[in-house]
Every structure is written in C-alpha cells, then in structure tokens.
Write a protein that binds this ligand. Sequence first.
Ligand code: PLP
Length: 473
Amino acid sequence: MVGSMGNSFMDSREEEEEEKTELLWPEELELANGKASESNGAGEDRAIVLGRNMHTVSFAIKEPESDDELTGEREGYMASVLAKYRKSLVERTKHHLGYPYNLDLDYGALSQLQHFSINNLGDPFIESNYGVHSRQFEVGVLDWFARLWELEKHEYWGYITNCGTEGNLHGILVGRESFPDGILYASRESHYSVFKAARMYRMHCVKVDTLTSGEIDCMDFRAKLLDHKDKPAILNVNIGTTVKGAVDDLDVLIQTLEESGFKDRFYIHCDGALFGLMLPFVTRAPKVTFKKPIGSVSVSGHKFVGCPMPCGVQITRLKHINALASNVEYLASRDATIMGSRNGHAPLFLWYTLNRKGYRGFRKEVQKCLRNAHYLRDRLMAAGVGAMLNPLSSTVVFERPKDEGFVRRWQLACEGNIAHVVVMPSVTIEKLDDFLDELVAGRSAWYRDRSRPSPCIAAEIGQENCHCSMHKK
Ligand SMILES: *Cc1c(COP(=O)(O)O)cnc(C)c1O
C-alpha cells in the first residue's frame, strides 16, 4: 500500500493531462487528488502515505533559442511561471496548519540585502578571509540566546545552523566527543534526526519508552541506565516532541542520572527545535538553563521565531568546543561547525526579528498561541472529535482525517492514526474556524456509514481524550 495513492494518481493523470505536466497548480492537484484518495480508508493497515512524485510536476529548464532576446518571450514565460507560483504560495500559506512554522513574516527592510552573497563559513567568532559575511549579526543573535539560556558570554560557544537537525547533529557530536564510549539515550518520540545522528556517528543508541503524553518515561530511563552502568550516558532531552509537543522533565532526568551513579559521567543535549523559544515565555514551565548540568541546546529559527529560510541556533559550552575543534589554515579559522559554508542571510533575519519583538513580543505571541490551541482543542472535543493538548504546548493532536485530500489541503502532519495542528503565531482563530468547519463537514460524510465509525485513538492520546464509540461519555 505504500505510495499506492501517489501511483494511482499519477497513472490517471498521465493519461488525461499529458501536455499539462509543467503547469499543475495546487488547486488542480487537489482536485485530481480527491479522486484518488477515496480508496484510502482510515484505520485499516495504515501504511506510510508517501508524497507525490515531483517528477511529474516540475518546471522544465528550456534552453534559450537564438532569437529569444529579440522577442522577449523567455522573460514573459519566466514571469508568468513565477507569478503563478507566487499565487499558489499565497494559497498554500493560507491553508497551512500541520507544521510548526510561523508564516507571519515582515522582512521588507531586508530585501535590499538580497544582492549579496553573504556567507559566514567556519566559526562565527573568528573572522575568515572572506569579507562578505554577517558575523556581527550572528554573534549578536548568539549572545541573545546565550543570555536566554543563562550562559555567560565568555563561557559559551554557538552558531547559526542550517536547521534544527544540524543543531541535534552538533549537540550529539559534542556529547560523543566528550564521552567517546558513551551510549546515546533518546525517547522513542524523539525527532528522527537524533536517530540519524546515532547512525552517522555509529553510536550505541538506547530508545527509552514514552508516556501517553509523549514525554520520556523516567522509570524506563532509570532501568535502562542501570543496565549499562559501565558506559557514560549521552541523553537527548526533548523540549517539545515533534508529534505531541511533549516536554521531557529535565530536572527529573538529571536527578535520575545522578542517582543512578552517572554524576560527572553524562552529557545532555536539549532538542528545543520546536519549543526552545516558546518555553521560556510560558508561565510555570520548567527552565531550560545552563545553570543546570546540560551541554547544549538547539532551536529551529524557522519554526516559532519565523524566518523565511530554514535555520537554527545551537549553543554549547566553550570548553567542549576547545576540545573538539581543529584549525584550518585555508579558512584562517577554526573548524567546529557541521557545515562549511553557512547562510549569512539567516542571521540578519533572526537579528531583525529578535530586535523587533524582544522578550515582550515573544511572550505575547506565546500566550496567543496557547490560547488558540486551547480554543482548537475545546472546539474539536465539542464536535465529538477526540483531541489532546499537553500543558506547556500548542500542539493539538487528534484523529487522522480519513481523506488524504483533506490532509494535503491543510498540510497536516500525520503519524499512524493521529494528526496534529501546531498553533503558531500565524494560525489565527479565523483560520482555525475555517478548518473546523471543513473538518466537521468532512467527517459527517466520511462516517455516514455507522457500521464503520471513526477509529479509536485511546492508545495514542489516552482514554480520557478519545471520543470513539467505545470511549465517548
Ligand atoms: C522540527 C524538529 C527538529 C528538526 O528541525 P529542522 O529545523 O526541521 O531540521 C528536531 N527536533 C524536533 C523536536 C523538531 O520538532
């Protein structure tokens, strides 16, 4: 069943619309897709539904003809493709709910910098011979995050990464270099990049169970630590899991490590890709701080912060980097980053946004997101849709909509029987209302046949949150 929907979709389209392949737009794809998705019933052997094969919808590169310059045809062609593309972006942005990206962007002031090839290759704190860089901005941003996570200027090192994944790759590498024979512990619901790091670095990785909330199970962690007492521990702590937005309990984890005989024999990387910048502004949330014995924290810049290109921030202790880095003569710099060339525009966007919003702005946005997430959860429940919202979180988890066309239209991220909406600053009440109206209308069609009711998701979100025929109150 894997990819079957994509294939049947392609087959039917290839016959009908061969000559149109270059210019299929989301609305048209949606229509074509609706037809194909009916066969995909919920619940029964839910295999991974792969996305569409992009090879059928690419914009071909056409070699210029010799008389192109005279007619201006080429410019016209390109302008019309871009204009249509822009229109589709506006539409796709309007119907985006599933991924934790803040799409509220206002960066007009930075458009003047598009004409420069800004590259911060190498270490942010050492000027390279390449002069078209934005290190002044990068270091300003890093200082801001180091202060947020309470690490002194002379004690921290960090850099603006390409994404949250790169932060995890770096944090786990620093842990591995600190404890070369250490075992990597990560909860089952950790982001896939953590397990990718384990594979890349060939580390022994122990998966720890999770609670229904998605939080790491500290009892299971303790048991697994005691099974491997001879090796140091490298632990990935989730500051917001990808699917359920669960926050691992940093304090209890540290206590568990110390009580299990790992004092001074552990390294903690905090994966704050999702909520690293939200949690500090949630009242009563436990603190992520370098005053606790953690080694690194990373966050994605294009998620809550809102940046038009993928980026992230990684902060660690300077002493770890001094042990890990090597000098590179060609760069006149030090090699401590995962990537070589680094996007020099990203720091400008982060700098701009942090300056504009500041602590107060972020606090307001966080509160709005949490409020809107509660609104969504309550309205889903009221409509008879089982839903879960973790405290400290703006990720609302609910039953996976039965129609894959609907899932695509709202760009929902799904796993097994569940889907989620991550309420970011760009997700307004109006948008949620539109979504809820469509979902309710859709469900009454999908579940018209009462002998095939909506699936039970008690195992994923807990009995008390499930609204299936068995658990409905
Ligand atoms: C999104 C996410 C990542 C990866 O971040 P990218 O910026 O997409 O590479 C890592 N961990 C968690 C918990 C995430 O939600």
